[in-house]
Write a protein that binds this ligand. Structure first.
Ligand code: BTN
Length: 326
């Protein structure tokens, strides 16, 4: 059995309600206590909170839903076979990249943990075991990278719609790649591309959604939140994964035909900073203005007022936006 399968089997036997001894785990899985202890340490290193008490055994800090391929497939509305459910990977984006040419549109990889999860701008993405959603989907485009303009905004809308269907109504989009609730980050999107500037190219759409964060979140240096803090009734992680896949697939299909303009109205309605004073930082340059919506190419529209009170509308294609504290 692969080491990653053993880890999943161990987590299935662990519970937050009771301790289970290393001896019992060993008997149930046909291995020594020492081997169990090694796998438990591996799980703890990937960020899963497991209490280990001498004489009593092991207990989860919180019950978790293990990702189960069959559970996810039950809720999928298309291409159930185009799903790769992994245990521990470097990054789900890497996993897609390995075979990108042969994978069909909408093929998706999800994992329990990432050892080298990537965020935008060279940052790392906190990816503890079993806590959150790490999902990457491939889509191929003709017409060069131009055909992908506004793609990350359309993906943001798709994720908001998936969360909405799961019962989480207050997620909003932050230009260009984040989902927020009350100014706290709920999800991030990293799109990596490959191909020819004027020919066929592929997008790896990587989505990280904070689902149920562990106790130790010292690795995150910005305000964050997670799904379970905002959803009244219990939400199954497998169900939410399936909803994300369904909404991403139908949105990417629509995007391929109509581009971002088909999402613009919905994006504007979900815009977290609409009408607010913002700072837009690009490298060493910062401009201030009032955030409007997005244009049909996915640029952010900002009204900038100069020192003479003159208002100019600018379309911003790159940078980081933050709300101005007045
Ligand atoms: C960001 O906000 O900086 C983007 C974060 C994107 C994280 C996701 S998790 C799944 C996929 N795999 C990665 O390594 N990164 C993306």
């Amino acid at each position: 059995m692969k080491s990653s399968d053993v880890k999943n089997d161990i987590v299935r036997l662990l519970s937050a309600d009771d301790f289970i001894s290393g001896e019992e785990l060993g008997e149930r899985l046909g291995m020594s206590r020492a081997a169990i202890s090694k796998h438990i340490k591996g799980l703890q290193q990937t960020g899963l909170d497991i209490f280990s008490v001498h004489g009593r055994g092991y207990q989860l800090a919180r019950n978790i839903n293990i990702l189960e391929s069959e559970d996810i497939k039950r809720w999928l509305t298309s291409d159930a076979e185009n799903l790769d459910v992994c245990n521990i990977v470097t990054s789900t984006n890497d996993r897609i990249k390995e075979n990108i040419r042969s994978l069909p549109d909408g093929f998706v990889c999800v994992a329990e943990a990432q050892t080298a999860g990537r965020g935008r701008r060279g940052r790392s993405w906190f990816s503890p075991f079993g806590a959150n959603i790490y999902l990457s989907m491939v889509w191929h485009f003709e017409g060069g990278f131009q055909a992908m303009s506004g793609l990350s905004l359309a993906v943001g809308v798709a994720l908001c719609d998936a969360l909405n269907e799961a019962g989480l109504k207050n997620a909003r989009v932050k230009w260009p790649n984040d989902l927020l609730i009350d100014n706290q980050k709920l999800a991030g999107i990293l799109i990596e591309t490959e191909g020819y500037s004027d020919g066929s190219c592929s997008a790896i759409v990587g989505c990280g959604i904070n689902f149920c964060m562990p106790e130790d979140v010292s690795a995150i240096d910005q305000p964050w939140t997670d799904v379970t803090s905002h959803i009244a009734n219990e939400c199954d992680r497998n169900y939410l994964v399936a909803l994300c896949i369904n909404h991403l697939r139908s949105s990417l299909r629509k995007f391929q035909v109509s581009g971002f303009s088909a999402f613009k109205e919905r994006w504007d309605a979900l815009h977290a900073f609409s009408g607010q004073e913002v700072n837009l930082t690009n490298g060493s340059q910062t401009i201030q203005g009032i955030a409007k919506g997005a244009d049909p190419a996915g640029a952010l529209i900002i009204d900038v007022i100069d020192e003479h009170g003159k208002r100019t509308t600018r379309h911003i294609h790159g940078g980081e936006v933050s709300v101005r504290v007045l």
